[in-house]
Design a protein around this ligand. Structure first.
Ligand code: SF4
Length: 376
């Protein structure tokens, strides 16, 4: 079948669901300027306020003990390792108080698949944090951790998610998606849940009215076809959310960070994604996912300049300044922002910055905010 680029542009402009073949055709054949223009037009229709949103939160890790052995992860330690830890309440208190001082309203709470920490551990941790800091939001765990807890408890996703929600879970990050194709998952993250379970957990969360986000980590062993299959699977789950649920609030594509990872050392896999390819993937994300409103540029992995260009290519969100981040940084992501420099970067790109919360509701910048000193 012959494909005509103008017909595909037209279908995309009308928020049609492009097929995998149509998406790949655009990704490979469309001139970059045309692809960016199309995605920019869709962004203006989807997000007519025209602002670029950003967030202040802190990534805090519940534990670094993990039995999943992902080959791109330098963060985890095996059970019994001298550097293994489980974060205790005094540490949470200190980190939350610093988060508040720096204007944050949320913890992104994630960790390894600890073989001994079941549902009670997370329920008690969430309850305790919420009891002491009711205004702090918990954007916590992710489908692989929910799957791990479900397995340990011999329970169901629904029961685990319901208990976590009742204990204070506010939203579920799209962590651990990588590429939602089992061939890829077997190669890079065999210990994590399979693609279908990741999607099922997200669908269950949407049914329970828990808001979520979706991610894609690319630039490793996946094929271009598999990237598009990933996008379509996410789009399908969003299409099946209950009508009154928000489902996936955002999509965040980011590149594999290869420094010192097993994937790089043993298999020789390097992230060869060029800036142009990342910008194309951002534009394609906007075009392929007409039912997800917010597309986030991952400045953490691609840097300020490329992320700024993404704002002309369909992205409308710069994500969080991440007061603390240990997982992606451990694999080489060197970029940092403060609450001032992220706004400067958005303004430099020609947009008005707008602080938001996890639900994409606007926040005022707190009057007493302090600027973090970036010293690493
Ligand atoms: S990415 Fe997460 S699940 Fe995989 S090894 Fe690291 S901590 Fe464990």
């Amino acid at each position: 079948m012959t494909m005509h680029i103008k017909d595909i542009y037209q279908k995309a402009a009308e928020f049609g669901f492009l097929t995998k073949e149509e998406g790949i055709f655009l990704f490979q054949q469309a001139p970059l300027a045309e692809l960016m223009l199309l995605a920019d037009e869709l962004r203006k229709k989807q997000v007519p306020h025209g602002k670029v949103s950003w967030q202040i939160d802190r990534n805090v890790n519940t534990t670094n003990v993990c039995i999943a052995n992902c080959k791109f992860c330098n963060f985890y330690r095996i059970p019994g390792h001298a550097e293994a830890y489980i974060t205790d309440m005094p540490t949470y208190r200190k980190k939350i108080e610093e988060t508040i001082k720096y204007g944050g309203d949320q913890l992104l709470l994630q960790g390894g698949h600890h073989p001994d920490l079941g549902l009670d551990f997370y329920v008690n941790t969430f309850r305790q944090i919420k009891q002491e800091y009711p205004a702090i939001k918990l954007h916590a765990l992710g489908p692989p951790e929910v799957a791990h807890i479900t397995k340990l408890e011999k329970s169901t996703h629904k029961e685990v998610l319901t208990a976590l929600k009742n204990a204070g879970l506010d939203s579920l990050p799209g962590a651990g998606a990588e590429i939602l194709i089992d061939r890829v998952r077997r190669l890079i993250s065999k210990g994590k849940c399979g693609a279908q379970e990741w999607l099922d957990i997200m669908h269950e969360a949407h049914k329970l009215n828990i808001t979520t986000s979706a991610t894609m980590m690319f630039g490793h062993v996946e094929t271009i076809e598999e990237r598009f299959e990933h996008l379509i699977k996410i789009r399908e789950v969003q299409s099946h959310k209950p009508e009154n649920a928000k489902g996936f609030l955002a999509f965040i594509p980011w590149t594999f960070q290869d420094v010192d990872t097993l994937l790089a050392k043993i298999r020789g896999v390097q992230n060869l994604t060029t800036p142009e390819e990342y910008i194309r993937m951002i534009a394609i994300s906007r075009i392929m996912l007409p039912n997800i409103k917010n597309i986030q540029a991952s400045w953490l992995t691609v840097g300020k300049q490329v992320a700024q260009l993404c704002l002309q290519a369909g992205a409308n969100d710069f994500g969080s300044i991440m007061l603390e981040e240990n997982v992606v940084s451990a694999a080489g992501a060197p970029h940092r922002f403060t609450y001032k420099s992220i706004q400067d970067a958005i303004r430099e790109a020609g947009f008005e910055p707008q602080l938001r919360n996890q639900q994409y509701e606007w926040r005022q910048i707190p009057e007493m905010i302090e600027e973090q000193v970036i010293d690493y």
